[in-house]
Design a binder for this molecule. Structure first.
Ligand SMILES: C[S@@+](CC[C@H](N)C(=O)[O-])C[C@H]1O[C@@H](n2cnc3c(N)ncnc32)[C@H](O)[C@@H]1O
Length: 200
């Protein structure tokens, strides 16, 4: 009998390969943006946890359509050849003092997208706690560097802290909600928190 999870992951992976994206994660952002209209041509976008670069490439090609700017930050370099001309690549820990200062220098942003995830250990408590740490830091960066009316999407592993992060986002945005794209693997415990229309 066919393995539906594997079939699904294979179809997304094959499609990504065919369309020139380095990772299947691109279809999560495609789905999130199709239903929430986060990014428009000309926007200044910050992509946190950007490597290997599928979200960045999708934003360049399909959302800002070559107009605007994407600041793409990751611990690892992007695997895009060539790196699109709209992209400013910053390699390092987004929340270290030095790299955060560079992100601030490039800001403010109309949209912040974060697919950042910790290296998983298999220990659900450890992994969830590390994911919460990243999510809280992304929200703090958005509080400072996201323009009024700007949008935010961030990944978090489902667990105790998700509601607290969402609560903070509800105070910052006109609308904030959790969303699980169909392109997430069936066995994944990740979810995306979306904040729309940052309040003044
Ligand atoms: C799931 S991958 C992102 C995939 C990417 N959205 C794409 O479409 O190609 C998660 C990334 O988060 C990055 N990451 C984790 N912690 C980070 C941090 N503190 N600063 C920057 N990047 C981080 C990892 O290095 C990893 O490349």
């Amino acid at each position: 009998m066919a393995n539906s999870r594997r079939d699904k992951s294979d179809s997304y992976t094959l499609r990504a390969h065919k369309e020139g994206y380095p990772a299947r994660s691109v279809y999560k952002l495609e789905e999130i943006n199709a239903s929430h209209h986060l990014i428009k041509p000309g926007d200044r976008v910050l992509d946190v946890g950007a490597a290997p670069g599928s979200w960045t490439l999708f934003v360049h090609r399909a959302l800002i359509k070559g107009q605007g700017k994407i600041v793409s930050c990751d611990l690892n370099p992007l695997r895009l050849d060539p790196v699109p001309p709209t992209v400013v690549e910053i390699t390092g820990d987004a929340f270290s003092k030095e790299i955060r200062a560079r992100l601030v220098e490039e800001g403010p942003y109309d949209c912040i997208i974060s697919d950042a995830a910790p290296m998983t250990t298999g220990n659900r408590t450890v992994d969830t706690t590390r994911s919460e740490y990243l999510a809280e830091n992304v929200v703090a960066l958005a509080a400072e560097q996201l323009a009024v009316h700007g949008n935010l999407v961030l990944k978090i592993f489902q667990g105790g802290g998700q509601e607290a992060v969402l609560k903070t986002m509800r105070g910052m945005f006109t609308k904030a909600k959790a969303f699980k794209p169909k392109a997430c693997r069936d066995d994944s415990f990740e979810i995306y928190l979306i904040g729309l229309d940052k309040k003044a």
